[in-house]
Ligand binder design. Structure first.
Ligand SMILES: Nc1nc(=O)c2c([nH]1)NC[C@@H]1CN(c3ccc(C(=O)N[C@@H](CCC(=O)O)C(=O)O)cc3)C=[N+]21
Length: 309
């Protein structure tokens, strides 16, 4: 008779918690100082948050955006159309906000009511105001290496990795999840950084065929406990994008708490707060650009030769 040997517990001494303390605050401060500068010339950055869901994670995010925007001097307007809103109504709202000069950033919250397709509706967001990279034009520009705002969550993943000085060039990166809001744009951003990128999703029969190859693993699925020790090497860096609310008001990531790796982003306190901060920063950047374009239209002096391209 064979006895089953318990697997040796992994050494937990040098696991790094890759948190966002300091980083999110720094980005929010940058957004606030940009907003303050704009205020001197009479512009208040405006952010419109369009909601057509009663999803709890989304509701939390919307409140958090409104709170942080207020503190940063950004005028945040939540347009709640209700969970059963018709796609035509959502589209008309996005078109109206796209034409509204006091609005510099627009975010359409996911999930959407059944029957509404995110990609279809997001095409109604003016790409210049697309601060959450939702318009397929933004995703296309991103894939082509042209300027575009990436979705704030995708940008947060890269910003957090940079903050902790995680190298991506030449490394194996595995992304679990292929949403247009996270998985696909994260993969594009990692590709731009010269990583070898694999994308796994719900039709991947066995994640363990791919995830143990990851030097850097990004998980954006929304299934608590999906990733366990068997999925990752001990020397891997893991970014947990999942935020599933629990009945008692807590928040669960996609990575099982028992997982021991070289570095793990915590939930809460990891990607989430950086996401909110970057959304504000994208909005301020968009407002700065709009103000600059308005000055040019008003007939400012022509640019000097060295500035022309
Ligand atoms: N178009 C679109 N873009 C999104 O980026 C998007 C969306 N729709 N729909 C909803 C989800 C959810 N989401 C979160 C962002 C930050 C936190 C966050 O900051 N959470 C805190 C803590 C929350 C708590 O303590 O309850 C943290 O992780 O530390 C959570 C969730 C963005 N989403």
């Amino acid at each position: 008779m064979t006895t089953i040997q318990p697997t040796a517990p992994r050494d937990t001494t040098d696991m790094r918690e890759l948190g966002c303390t300091g980083l999110a605050r720094e980005i929010r401060a940058r957004a606030a100082s940009g907003a303050a500068e704009l205020a001197e010339s009479g512009t208040t950055p405006g952010l419109a948050v369009v909601v057509a869901t009663d999803d709890e994670s989304s509701a939390w995010y919307v409140r958090s955006i409104a709170r942080a925007a207020g503190k940063a001097g950004i005028d945040c307007r939540t347009v709640d159309l209700g969970a059963g809103a018709e796609p035509e109504r959502i589209r008309a709202t996005l078109e109206r906000l796209s034409a509204d000069e006091s609005v510099h950033g627009i975010i359409l919250q996911t999930p959407l009511p059944t029957g509404a397709r995110f990609e279809d509706l997001a095409s109604a967001i003016d790409p210049r105001k697309d601060v959450d990279g939702a318009n397929p034009v933004s995703l296309g520009n991103l894939a082509a290496g042209l300027p575009a705002h990436p979705p704030a969550t995708a940008a947060a993943v890269l910003t957090l990795l940079d903050h902790h000085e995680i190298e991506l060039a030449g490394r194996n990166c595995v992304v679990v999840g292929r949403s247009n809001v996270v998985g696909k744009p994260v993969a594009q951003l990692m590709l731009q950084r010269d990583a070898t990128v694999t994308i796994c999703h719900r039709y991947t029969p066995d994640l363990t065929a791919f995830t143990p190859d990851a030097d850097v693993l990004v998980v954006a699925v929304g299934k608590p406990g999906l990733i366990t020790d068997k999925h990752v090497r001990e020397d891997a860096i893991v970014v947990d994008v999942g935020t599933t609310p629990t009945a008692d008001g807590g928040l669960l990531g996609d990575v099982d708490p028992s997982v021991r790796v070289a570095g793990l982003t915590p939930v809460p306190g990891g990607v989430g707060p950086v996401t909110t901060a970057l959304l504000l920063e994208h909005t301020v950047q968009s407002a700065i650009r709009a103000a600059r374009e308005a000055r040019h239209r008003a007939g400012s002096p022509p640019r000097t030769g060295s500035e022309q391209r």
